[in-house]
Design a binder for this molecule. Structure first.
Ligand code: PNS
Length: 166
């Protein structure tokens, strides 16, 4: 039987409850899941990549998500090159709204043209439908409480860092 490998790519700046929910569900669908922190040049970063990796790993461990999840980062070349390198045939993305469909569709189509990879969309839990990293960044930056929207390790990190550290 073939090993089904998938990649969940994203900025994860910072990881949110929505990300962790999608990672948990995807980990149950595939034999091996690579959660990949990718630098998005279209967005102003809050956290360095190394910090996002650490927070993602801690959040996945704290959530008790199975041992088939590997956390990594990728900054050189196409996402599909990474997928090929680890033997993944599927990308997994979470969808909260029509806006997400509009944003994700061209990437899914182009990635398929580039390498034949399929993108599987998981519908977000309605509880997470308004949760985004950009909203969390904004609230954290202005000194607000982001703990309802992020995993424990992220909430603790942001609280300790304080609004002026970014
Ligand atoms: O969390 P984000 O910022 O919405 O994630 C976007 C991301 C990182 C998944 C997207 O920017 C991406 O896929 N980047 C990889 C670069 C690439 O391969 N581009 C060409 C095909 S779309």
């Amino acid at each position: 039987m073939s090993n089904r490998v998938a990649v969940v790519p994203g900025s994860f700046d910072p990881p949110t409850q929505g990300h962790i929910d999608v990672i948990r569900r995807a980990a149950g669908l595939f034999d091996e899941l690579h959660v990949l922190v990718v630098h998005n040049p279209d967005k102003d970063a809050m956290l360095p990549i190394a910090q996002r990796l650490e927070l993602l790993q801690e959040s996945i461990t704290e959530a008790g998500i199975g041992g088939n999840v590997v956390v990594g980062s990728w900054s050189v070349g196409l996402l599909v090159d990474y997928a090929e390198e680890v033997g993944a045939s599927v990308l997994v993305k979470g969808i909260r709204s029509q806006g997400d469909v509009t944003y994700e569709t061209p990437m899914a189509v182009v990635n398929n043209h580039l390498s034949g990879i399929e993108t599987v969309f998981l519908l977000a839990d309605p509880a997470n439908s308004v949760v985004s990293s950009s909203l969390v960044r904004q609230v954290a930056d202005l000194g607000g409480d982001v703990s309802p929207y992020v995993p424990g390790p992220v909430a603790r990190y942001l609280e300790k860092a304080g609004p002026t550290d970014f």
